[in-house]
Design a protein around this ligand. Structure first.
Ligand code: PAN
Ligand code: ZN
Length: 194
């Protein structure tokens, strides 16, 4: 780990960091139960465990004075009518924020709080999204052809809680209807919460 100030490049055409500590690749099989159309999910998985998204992490010590950063790339595609998306999570230390800067593509950040608030923000090049503390987040690629490429920064001690979202999902889904993205209620979420 670096002990003096350091730099890395995020260059066109793909904005992957010039150096990084970790490269995560998440495929369809890691998203069991997350897509609302379970039949489409099963059929697709039987054919191929496709790559949904990748994360390049620049890691630092997991303490509050440090910052984690990196690049996430969500590839284009759909499971049924629902666009490819990240697992989504809360930060384990709920009271920690995050910033996302979109380099390329078009999509949405789907967000909600444990208190019942929700928000969906568009993501496109040049746009900065500030995610407040307590807001769980999932990125969705709504482009038919392009990667959604984003740079992110969050506090070193934040940690990741995936379990809550794995169990309940998000309140809102982004699906394609008549060739366009649409934000709808997640029927599975309502069911899970009675
Ligand atoms: C990002 C995310 C990244 C992948 O670094 O971890 O976009 O999404 P999942 O972690 O939900 O698979 C971030 O928000 N970190 O806190
Ligand atoms: Zn996060």
């Amino acid at each position: 780990m670096q002990t003096t100030p350091f730099c890395y490049q995020l260059d066109k055409p793909d904005y992957r960091p010039s150096s990084y500590d970790n490269h995560i690749q998440r495929t369809l099989s890691s998203m069991k139960g997350q897509y609302v159309d379970q039949e489409a999910y099963g059929q697709m998985l039987a054919e191929d465990d496709v790559l949904l998204y990748e994360v390049y992490e620049i890691l630092r010590p997991e303490i509050s004075g440090e910052l984690m950063s990196g690049v996430s790339i969500v590839h284009p595609g759909k499971v049924g009518t629902e666009y490819f998306m990240t697992k989504g999570h809360y930060h384990s230390v709920l009271d920690t924020a995050e910033i996302y800067y979109t380099h390329q593509g078009f999509g949405y950040m789907v967000m909600e709080t444990p208190e019942g608030d929700w928000a969906v923000e568009e993501l496109y090049p040049g746009r900065v999204l500030y995610i407040l503390p307590r807001w769980g987040h999932r990125s969705v690629n709504a482009s038919p052809t392009e990667d959604l490429v984003m740079y992110f920064i969050y506090p070193g001690h934040a940690g990741h809680d995936y379990g809550t979202i794995e169990e309940k999902g998000f309140r809102k889904l982004v699906v394609e209807r008549n060739g366009r993205p649409e934000i709808i209620d997640n029927p599975r979420w309502s069911h899970a919460n009675g």
